[in-house]
Each structure stands twice: as structure tokens, then as C-alpha cells.
Design a protein around this ligand. Structure first.
Ligand code: ZN
Length: 148
């Protein structure tokens, strides 16, 4: 188990050091900002949605390793996905990091490396910040979202 944990940490730190899709998106037609006061994480999520599909997405901001890695992995996982699939993955991800049961979340693929945060309740907000911000962007919520 500890080997697996090390591998997971490796993946998280890789995304933290080299975040994927970390830039503003000029062609975005949805955007929202999120803030996790507990940790100080800030994230903006940019989406280009056409015909119910996320054609492109990106994020910018600054935060801890967990929030940055989670945002980076989210953008990789959701590119090209239909909005129904995105909703499904959001729910799966949220369930994975907030409930203790060890049900496999096959649909989440690589995102499963973040499952460990469920043991650290304060970190759950870091891991879900980008996802909540994505949700707000899809709803064109103008108010910056806060995890409080
Ligand atoms: Zn954080």
C-alpha cells in the first residue's frame, strides 16, 4: 500500500510542478473564480463549451499542491467530454473524496490518485475547489465561489 501511496504522491507533485492547461483561455465562453479561504487557494476555470461538449478548458490561479494538481488533472480529464459525463464525473469525484467507502471509481481513471485526501478533511476543500468552480462556470455564476 505504501508503494501505491508514493506513486500517488509522485503523480500529484508532477501535476503541481508542471500544471497542465494552466493559462487563461481566450476563446472561453464560460468562466468562474473560486477561493478556498481555509487554505488560501485561488482558481479561475475557463471553459469553451460547444454543442454540449467541453471543447477546451483551462485554469489559472495559485494554491497548494493538492488544489493545483486537482485542477490540472481535472482539465485533462474533462477535455472533449459531454456535459452529462462531466456532471457524472463531478459526482463521482465528490463522492470519492468525501466518503470513506472503498468503492472503485473506474470512470475517474487517474483522478483516483486524489482519493487519499478523504483522510484529511481540511484537504477535501483543496481537492474539490476546481470542480466547484467548474460547476459555477457552467452555470455562469458571477459571484466568486467560496468553499465556506
Ligand atoms: Zn489547498
Amino acid at each position: 500500500m505504501s508503494d501505491l501511496r508514493e506513486l500517488y504522491q509522485e503523480v500529484i507533485f508532477d501535476h503541481y510542478r508542471k500544471p497542465r492547461n494552466c493559462h487563461a483561455l481566450d476563446c472561453a465562453n464560460h468562466k468562474a473564480d473560486g477561493y478556498n479561504a481555509l487554505c488560501g487557494d485561488q482558481v479561475s476555470v475557463y471553459l469553451k463549451v460547444e454543442n454540449g461538449i467541453i471543447e477546451d478548458l483551462s485554469f489559472s490561479g495559485s494554491g497548494c499542491a493538492i488544489s493545483t494538481a486537482s485542477a490540472s488533472m481535472m482539465t485533462e480529464a474533462l477535455k472533449g467530454k459531454k456535459l452529462e459525463e462531466v456532471e457524472h464525473l463531478f459526482n463521482e469525484f465528490h463522492q470519492m473524496v468525501t466518503t470513506a467507502d472503498e468503492v472503485p471509481h473506474e470512470d475517474l481513471g487517474k483522478l483516483e490518485v486524489l482519493a487519499g485526501v478523504r483522510e484529511f478533511p481540511a484537504r477535501v476543500k483543496c481537492a474539490t475547489l476546481a470542480w466547484h468552480t467548474l460547476h459555477a462556470a457552467l452555470k455562469d455564476q458571477q459571484q466568486p465561489i467560496s468553499t465556506e
